[in-house]
Design a protein around this ligand. Sequence first.
Ligand SMILES: Cc1cc2nc3c(=O)[nH]c(=O)nc-3n(C[C@H](O)[C@H](O)[C@H](O)COP(=O)(O)OP(=O)(O)OC[C@H]3O[C@@H](n4cnc5c(N)ncnc54)[C@H](O)[C@@H]3O)c2cc1C
Length: 296
Amino acid sequence: MKFEKFLLKEGIAFKEKVPLARYTTFKVGGPADYLVFPARRQYLLKVLDFLEEEDIAYFPLGGGSNLLVRDGGVRGVVLSFAGLKKIELEDGVLVAEAGVSLARLLSFCLEKGLSGLEFLAGVPATVGGAVVMNAGAFGKEIKDFLEGLLLYQGGELKYFRREELLFFYRGLSLPRGSLVVAAVFRLFSTSPKDVEAAISKFLKIRREKQPLSYPSAGSIFKNPSLAPAGFLIEAVGLKGMCRGGAEISQKHANFIVNKGGACAQDILALIEIAKERVFREFGIALEEEIRIVGEG
Ligand SMILES: Cc1cc2nc3c(=O)[nH]c(=O)nc-3n(C[C@H](O)[C@H](O)[C@H](O)COP(=O)(O)OP(=O)(O)OC[C@H]3O[C@@H](n4cnc5c(N)ncnc54)[C@H](O)[C@@H]3O)c2cc1C
């Protein structure tokens, strides 16, 4: 096929018919036709040019920590950002490419004594995915520490200041086909010891409250304004409900965990039950925070 020939010619790594379960924190999900790993920014741009020219559908993949991939998998191309992993500190601003994991970003912040993003400790995301989802916790959101974003839009790279971007609760409004290539953060200088203490504090709270020993995608639903989703799901008695290998967590009802061998269908069934029961009892329509993609 023309696409494979192109990838081989350019020396860009790819896998065919690879189960996406290996690339999501839920550990479920059917195969992608192609999973492509551009090793650097210029290769990413080459792949994107090709895909646009040939009108081939593609889907950007970060850490896979907010994704439920259906069991039939994803047609077309899944584009991994894992190769875009540069971090630089320039004149007091931190520039991180989209594929940098938050764990690595925070290690860098710790080493340099940069404070601000510690609330994201323990979130198994990449910079790109965290920005697109406007990841947040403990009353803070990633957008509050952003100076701007380098986006791929309409075939070229464009820089946008934060004021030009529309962030909202767990999201960023981007024109179709836009991708995050790098993020620029403005953080505060402090001592590495303080950064370390803050990271430890947030990790401790997560360990106490979240079911981290099983695969999951974090919170399934956005919190409605009236009450946290976990409270509502617990109130309708669904904590601990199982479907196949999936369970509405006993520890935190807004988490669904994969206790072993779950498929996407099991998780989708629990999501539907939770939505239906919460709506019936409270008249509140829960809305998914996770992104559900692929074919059933
Ligand atoms: C244990 C656990 C704890 C969590 N805690 C939190 C939390 O406290 N707060 C929170 O907000 N979330 C949390 N999450 C959810 C998840 O980590 C976040 O939503 C995160 O921002 C997703 O980032 P990702 O890189 O994994 O993106 P993915 O899940 O890979 O992708 C998410 C979306 O972003 C798109 N995307 C990814 N990269 C790019 C890019 N470069 N350009 C354009 N689009 C892109 C994808 O196509 C997809 O639509 C948690 C998840 C887990 C498993």
